[in-house]
Design a protein around this ligand. Sequence first.
Ligand code: AMP
Length: 561
Amino acid sequence: MSRVIGIDLGTTNSCVAVLDDKGVRVLAGHDGERTTPSWVTYAADNTVTVGARARRQAVTNATSTVYGAKRLVGRKVNAEDVAAFARVAPFRIVAAPNGDAWVRINGAPISPQEVAAHILRRMRAIAEEALGEPVTRAVVTVPAYFDDAQRQATRDAGQIAGVDVIRILNEPTAAALAYGAHRVGEGRRMIAVFDLGGGTFDISIMSVENGIFEVLATGGDSALGGEDWDRRLQERLVDEVFDKHRVDLTQIPMAMSRLRDACENAKKALSEVPTTPLHLPFLANDQHGAAINYERELTRVEVEAQTKDLLSRLEAPCLRAMADAGLQASDIEEVLLVGGMTRWPAVQEVVERLFGRKPSKGANPDEVVALGAAAYAGILAGEADDAALLDVTPHDIGIRVGDSGFAVVLPRNSMLPVRARRLFATTSPDQKFVSIELYQGESTDVMKNRKLGQVVLDDLPPGPPGSVRVELVMTVDVESILSVTAREMKSGRESSVTIRPSGGLSQREIVEIITRRRQEHSSMTRLPTGVTGVTADSGGVRTTTREIIAPKVPGKPPGEE
Ligand code: AMP
C-alpha cells in the first residue's frame, strides 16, 4: 500500500506532510518551499501554472489567475460572502446552471473543484518527488464550519486530481492532533484553536476527552487575514509616493506587485524585530522621467498604529464562539495558534488578553494543520498505533413531526455504521399515506435544520387513527450514506430513499473533467468551452464535524452509554 499524505488545502497557502519512519514532517518542493500559494493561473492557451509562479503572474494576468478557490467550492453564487468575494476578485465569478459559484477564465466556465484539483495535484507531485514513490491517497483538511456540500466538493476536487481523499479532517482537529492534544491525560479539556491565515480568520472551541475531539463552536471572519495588514501598509506607501512625486502607483501593476511583496516581507520581519528597511529601487518613474528609488525605515509601532482596527476585529468572534460553546475564558485550558499571521506579536497579545493565558507556540503555525493531517493519515494507514479511528454522525438526523417539530432518530455522535428503528402510527381515520421528511441538525425547530429528503409510503390500509403502524429504519453506513426505509407493518409494503453527499458536480461531470484533462495532457489542445448541465442535489450526511481519535486505552468505547 502506498503512503497516505496529509494535505492542508488552504485559502491562501497549501502544505503537504507525511508520517513515516522519520516522524511527521512537511514535504518541501524542489525550490525548498514548504508551503505553496493556492493560486492557479491559466495562460491564453490554457496552460496551467500553480503556486508562487501563478501568484507572481497575477500582476500581468489578473483576470485569468484564480485565488481563494476554497471560498467557492460547494458554494452558491448568491451566498453573501461569495458575492462579497466576487466584488473584490479580479477574475470573474459566475453561476453554474445549478447556482453554484464557478469562475470564468478565458471565456470558459470552470468549477472551483477543478481549480482546487490543480492545487491538490501540485501537492501530490511535491510529495511524490520528495518521497520518490507514487502517492495516491490523502487526508485533506477543511474548516470545521464546512458543510456537507463543501466537504463533498473537496473530495470531488481530489478525485479530479487523481487523489483518493480517504478522509476529510477538520482543520482545528488537525491542529490539536499536531500539538499532541490527544495524548494529554485524563478528563475533558477545552481547547481554542485560533487560526489567522492570509485571507481568513477562524476560531474554534473544541473539547478533547479520551481521544474524542469535538468542535463545540466555530466563528471567525472570512474577510480578515494577513493580506489586510499588507494592503494597509501598501496603501500608506502609495499615498506617500503620491504626496512626494505626484505619481499614482496604483496605475502601475508591476510597481504594485513589488510594493505588495515588500510590504509582506517587511511585516514578517517586523514580527521579529522593531524596525526594518524598505528598499525599492526603480519603483517607477516620476513626472520628469527620473527613477523613483523608494527607501525608508519602517517600524512595528507604525504598522500597529495603522492596523488597530484590523486587530480589534479579532475580538468579537472569539467572545461569541466562547459564548456559543457555553464557556468562559477561564474554562479554556489551551489556545493553539494556527496560520502565519499569528506570528504577529500584537495578534498574540490579543489572544492572551481574550483567553487570559499565553497561547501555545510549540508548532510552526503555517504547517501545523498539514502535520496534523499527516499524523491522522498515519493513524489510518496503521503507521501510528497509539490511536484508533472512529467516525461518527456529526449532526442529529431525524424527521419532521407536526408543523415544525423535529424528532431525532439518530443522535449525533453515533458511531458508524449505525442503524435505528422507530414505530409510528397513523393519526387520522383512513389515512391514505405517510410522508416522512428527513432532516439533519440540532434545532428543535425543524425549519432551522437542513432537509435531506423524504420517504412517502402510500396505499395504506384503511382504519381508525392509530390502527396502521409504520416502521421507520434509518442507517448510515461507513461511507456516510444515509438509507431510510418506511414499512407498513401488516402488509410489509415498503418505500425507501438513499441520500449521498453531493458537492455540486455529478459523477458524470467529474469523469468528463478527468477525461478532458487527460486529452489536454496528451495533445496540449485548448479546453473546450462548453459546460454540461450540473445536477442539483440535496446533499447528504457527512461525518466530520466531530472526530473521534480514540487512544487504545481500556474503558468504554466513546459514544457508548
Ligand atoms: P497562512 O494562510 O497560514 O499560510 O498564512 C499566511 C499569512 O501569514 C500571510 O498573510 C503572511 O504574510 C502571514 N505571515 C507569515 N509569516 C509571518 C510572520 N513571520 N509575521 C507576520 N505574518 C506572517
